[in-house]
Design a protein around this ligand. Structure first.
Ligand SMILES: [Zn+2]
Length: 263
């Protein structure tokens, strides 16, 4: 797992050595929000103070040398919609987003792509030759709807080739803690055409632990991404609530962390 932690302007974040473009998997730390949003919450729609969210977004965008109104963002609905974003999609901080998309893709330089999570798996991808990048919010619903397949297809439409794509996942709820009802393992099984060896472990009361990060790694390989170009982060958000936002640990009283990549 060639991830390392960096600290810039008091903002800690993880980077993968496999992704050449500047990128960051943020944590919940390094922001100015208070109370249940303490401290790096990036959502304006969960009840946090707008001026705190703006400052938090400013800090994240400053990692790319840009301002808080310069990034393109996902508008996550646990679906499989992918949007190719351009200059016109730079998002004005604190305002509603005009589209729904759990994944965004671009070939525009200096346009950071920002997605959000709190247990769900963030995925950043790049074809360094074609100059195409993607940020994907992979909750289980989006994952089993094959949002990753749809994202790779959008990248290919911009000139990417699967064997050149580098991919890195961020902190998410791990195999240790992701206890699910039957709909998740059955969804994963259909998603991977039955390639589910080692992905499930029995939990109590008929539930199942699911290794969603490994499931998504397998899907990337099915799509033609080379195994040596895939980095899977094993940091579990539920096991480390002091470092990461976890929807389940906080029972929904929480902010969101970001994952961002910029060509
Ligand atoms: Zn865990």
């Amino acid at each position: 797992m060639p991830y390392s932690i960096r600290l810039e302007q008091n903002l800690p974040y993880l980077v993968s050595s496999l992704l050449p473009a500047r990128h960051a998997f943020l944590t919940r730390n390094g922001g100015v929000s208070q109370g249940i949003f303490s401290s790096l919450n990036l959502s304006a729609f969960l009840g946090d103070r707008p001026e705190c969210v703006r400052e938090n977004c400013r800090r994240v965008c400053s990692l790319f040398g840009l301002g808080e109104n310069d990034a393109a963002v996902t508008c996550q609905v646990h679906g499989k919609s992918v949007r190719i974003v351009t200059e016109a999609d730079r998002h004005e901080c604190l305002t509603p987003v005009s589209y729904e998309a759990d994944a965004i893709v671009t070939n525009v330089e200096k346009l950071p792509l920002l997605c959000f999570s709190a247990d769900c798996m963030p995925l950043l991808m790049q074809d360094p030759v074609a100059g195409v990048a993607a940020a994907v919010h992979c909750g289980w619903r989006s994952s089993v709807s094959d949002i990753i397949g749809a994202t790779v297809e959008a990248m290919v439409s911009l000139g990417a080739e699967p064997e050149r794509i580098c991919a890195a996942t961020g902190p998410s709820i791990g195999f240790c803690c992701f206890e699910c009802g039957e709909e998740v393992p059955s969804g994963v099984s259909a998603y991977l055409s039955g390639e589910t060896d080692g992905l499930f472990r029995p939990a109590e009361e008929g539930k199942t632990y699911v290794d969603l990060a490994e499931a998504n790694r397998r899907r990337l390989i099915q799509l033609g991404i080379l195994p040596e170009k895939i980095d899977v982060c094993r940091e579990c958000t539920f096991c480390h609530p002091e470092s990461y936002w976890s929807h389940r640990y906080t029972r929904g009283k929480r902010g969101v962390q970001g994952a961002a990549i910029c060509l």
